[in-house]
Design a protein around this ligand. Structure first.
Ligand code: PLP
Length: 428
């Protein structure tokens, strides 16, 4: 496989863009090798500037649930484009998208449209703080909520319950307001609530974690969070940027039957364009400006091209209904079976999957929180990843990520991935 053009482009890009990429994981730092510069996508495939094709398993990190360049989405964007790209004034398409979100996502009465998942979680934290009059946010180790200062926090060591910055540039006094608990560990959450009575504004959680690899909630975990937050007067925020419209039409809250107070959405809701949403109960959302005092704004919020892509994507999802999710579940379980069959005897690999989100861990399971990944063999994952690229399959370039199947992946694609994995794992 020739990757000369990608190599040359990376050198050129690195002269003007830090690391040559606009989001760190694209640099392949965790797996080694040269990032491929992508020229185009079609259905389940992407093609790089050297003309190599790959079965794409990242789908832009989740948005492309219908596959790349879906004709209805392309047509909707083209139609919107001819009428102008941004007005900074309200449009019909925003109202239509908001109505669809409210109809599909069970706990959401109202939404504010924004431009990225980071903006959605950042606004959720501010709104939760403004609504409750409390400052602390409780999050889980291994969950990612975008790069807002409130979330770039790791647990303090020893007896410290306060968080410390996980990136230079995050002020320590702000980090102290973020508490960190172990995913799937309700006792830890209970302890933090006991220690910080009436200080916690909200608990934010990925209801299916995707940012430490796929980690499903244990039975009762989300229900426990619902009860604990309600009894302590704190809000429950489901960060469904990844799971929204992915694990069910109404996201993880529909799948598990739990109603959070606030929900953040991104990725699929924008159909591959920069669009996100913060939704929730009416009396909380009405605290946002201009109705309420909590400030939030955006020049490009509800952008016409982004709402066109989002509306078209949700229209297809609604039209295909349960059948779409049955198909994604079938493909997901076929891939899981194929990968399990491909594992050499005695290997310490494990798989977590929820519908079309899946992670092949180079660690023995069960993987239930970040600490289960202490012994993970990231070097072996890097070798696997690069060998799969050579086989024409684009896995996530990090062990700590989920892969995503789309409606465009066929049984043949899935069998091709499993066949390639068998060859690669046999010689690792
Ligand atoms: N929340 C979750 C659960 C995510 O997976 C991500 C991104 O991967 C974000 C928030 C941040 O979204 P964005 O990258 O659009 O800022």
């Amino acid at each position: 496989m020739t990757i000369e053009r990608s190599e040359r482009l990376l050198e050129r890009a690195a002269r003007t863009i830090p690391g040559g990429v606009n989001s760190p994981v694209r640099a392949f730092g965790a797996v080694g090798g040269t990032p491929r510069f992508i020229e185009r996508g079609a259905g389940a495939r992407i093609f790089d500037v050297d003309g190599n094709g790959y079965v794409d398993l990242i789908g832009s990190w989740g948005p492309m649930i219908l596959g790349h360049a879906h004709p209805e989405v392309v047509e909707a964007i083209a139609r919107a484009l001819r009428d102008g790209t941004s007005f900074g004034a309200p449009t019909l398409a925003e109202v239509e998208l908001a109505e669809k979100i409210v109809e599909m996502v069970p706990s959401v009465d109202m939404v504010r449209l924004l431009s990225s998942g980071t903006e959605a979680t950042m606004t959720a934290a501010r709104l939760a703080r403004g609504h409750t009059g409390r400052d602390r946010i409780l999050k889980f180790e291994g969950c990612y909520h975008g790069h807002g200062d409130t979330f770039l926090i790791k647990a303090g060591s020893g007896s410290l319950t306060f968080g410390v910055p996980s990136s230079p540039g995050v002020p320590a006094p702000l980090a102290e307001l973020t508490l960190t608990a172990r995913y799937n560990d309700l006792d830890g959450v209970r302890e933090l609530f006991d220690r910080h009575r009436e200080e916690i504004a909200a608990v934010i959680v990925e209801p299916v974690a995707g940012n430490m690899g796929t980690v499903p909630p244990r039975p009762g975990f989300l229900q426990g969070l619902r009860e604990l937050t309600a009894s302590h007067g704190a809000l429950l925020i489901f960060d469904e940027v990844m799971t929204g419209f992915r694990v069910a039409p109404g996201g993880a809250q529909e799948l598990y039957g739990i109603d959070p107070d606030l929900t953040t959405l991104g990725k699929i809701v924008g159909g591959g364009m920069p669009l996100a949403a913060l939704g929730g109960r009416r009396e909380i959302l009405e605290d946002l400006s201009p109705v309420g005092p909590v400030y939030q704004a955006g020049t490009l919020s509800g952008n016409p091209l982004a709402t066109a892509a989002g509306n078209a994507t949700l229209d297809v999802i609604r039209r295909e209904g349960a059948g779409l999710y049955e198909k994604l579940e079938e493909r997901g379980s076929r891939l899981e079976r194929g990968l399990r069959d491909a594992m050499p005897d005695g290997s310490s690999l494990s798989i977590n999957r929820v519908g079309s989100m899946l992670t092949l861990f180079f660690a023995s399971g069960p993987i239930e929180h970040l600490a289960s990944l202490e012994g993970v063999d990231t070097a072996a994952y890097g070798k696997f990843f690069n060998a799969m690229l050579d086989e024409g399959v684009y896995f996530p370039p990090s062990q700590y990520e989920a892969l995503f199947l789309s409606a465009a992946h066929t049984d043949d694609d899935v069998d091709h991935i499993a066949g390639a994995a068998r060859r690669v794992l046999a010689r690792l």
